[in-house]
Design a protein around this ligand. Structure first.
Ligand SMILES: Cc1ncc(COP(=O)(O)O)c(C=O)c1O
Length: 341
């Protein structure tokens, strides 16, 4: 039983869910959501803050600033609170309300960009705002997860070795691509230490990371409107793109089994299952996928029936999922006790 002093000292690095019962194919899902930040980004926040502390660039009065769709913002809020730094998070309207409230509860100032840039979408608009802040006041210190090598190094140091140790016979690893920090840290590690393992990137349809055309995307975390500076495709064996409707279906299928994961986990699982079906030569090989976070931050989006149907159409949830009753005002019970006199 670990006893910790600072919140960033705890992270569950060795928890996997076997998805065979839910999806009919053995796939081990590495759960990264069990820490005080609730996501894999805690490792990145630790690594980036440690790097800036070592660099000597942090001075009294410095203000850490970062653009985040949510999870890194929460992780940095925790680091900043625990270390006594001021932190400003620039996010956009796709960031969940609960995530914003979490950051604010931890003492972070949150700015929400409400309009996407013509080129670069919401991410482009967020980055422009961060640059404007930094130009307006030299106390701002931008950690810049999109270009900071500490981002992929966190996964090279922690995530990938944990998978390699647990699965010495790893055949294929599926990793979602946002900033591509997780992907590049794992891909570099396996290229150097286990070149026989295949690393597959999973991206959202509409993301430009691997050169596809930009399309509107509603689920935060995976995918990007700006090509990620950290991405080096020479380390990646294959890429698969997943429509958001498939993401939603995978999330709801898992929820029906009692596992509530975040949107990008649905994307990664959906992409992994399709890729495995298309590659029968991998049928007997060990397959692992990374789940960046859990589902509670997505109760007002991925797991809300009205939101899903408005965006993806009335058929987006299959009948089994339609039976779910969350947030259905018609199920409100008044006069409790009368049903069983
Ligand atoms: C919810 C979610 N999805 C996807 C990702 C993708 O990770 P990366 O930015 O390392 O590509 C992250 C990163 O933490 C995440 O929190």
């Amino acid at each position: 039983m670990p006893i910790i002093v600072e919140p960033q000292d705890y992270h569950e690095e060795d928890l996997y869910v076997d998805l065979e019962e839910t999806f009919g194919r053995r796939l081990y899902l590495k759960c990264e959501g069990f820490n005080f930040a609730g996501s894999i980004k805690l490792k990145v926040a630790r690594e980036m803050v440690a790097a800036v502390e070592r660099s000597g660039r942090l001075r009294p009065g410095s203000i850490l600033v970062e653009s985040s769709s949510g999870n890194l913002g929460v992780a940095l809020s925790i680091l900043a609170a625990s270390r006594g730094y001021t932190f400003v998070c620039v996010t956009d309207t796709r960031c969940n309300l609960a995530t914003k409230q979490l950051m604010e509860s931890l003492g972070t100032r949150v700015y929400t960009v409400v309009e996407p840039a013509l080129d670069g979408g919401f991410l482009g608009a967020r980055l422009r705002y961060v640059r404007e802040l930094c130009e307006s006041d030299d106390r701002y210190l931008w950690l810049n997860q999109y270009a900071n090598p500490a981002n992929w190094q966190a996964h090279y140091r922690w995530t990938a070795p944990a998978v390699a140790e647990r699965f010495p016979d790893l055949g294929v690893l599926f990793v979602g691509a946002g900033t591509t920090g997780t992907l590049m840290g794992c891909a570099r590690y396996f290229t150097e230490h286990r070149p026989e393992a295949t690393v597959v990137a999973v991206d959202a349809v509409g993301s430009v990371a691997f050169g596809g055309p930009p399309l509107t995307r509603m689920i935060p975390g995976l995918g990007t409107g700006v090509r990620p500076p950290l991405l080096d495709e020479s380390y990646i064996d294959d890429v698969i793109h997943v429509p958001e409707a498939d993401t939603i279906r995978a999330c709801h299928r898992l929820a029906r089994k009692g596992f509530l994961f975040g949107g990008s986990t649905g994307t990664v699982i959906s992409g992994a299952m399709r890729w495995l079906a298309e590659h029968p030569a991998y049928a007997d090989l060990t397959a692992v996928a990374i789940a960046p976070d859990l589902g509670e931050r997505y109760l007002d989006s991925v797991y809300q029936r009205g939101w899903v149907q408005e965006i993806y159409g009335p058929g987006a949830l299959d009948l089994e999922c339609e039976e779910q009753t969350q947030h259905d005002p018609d199920r409100t019970v008044r006069g409790a006790g009368r049903a069983h006199p």
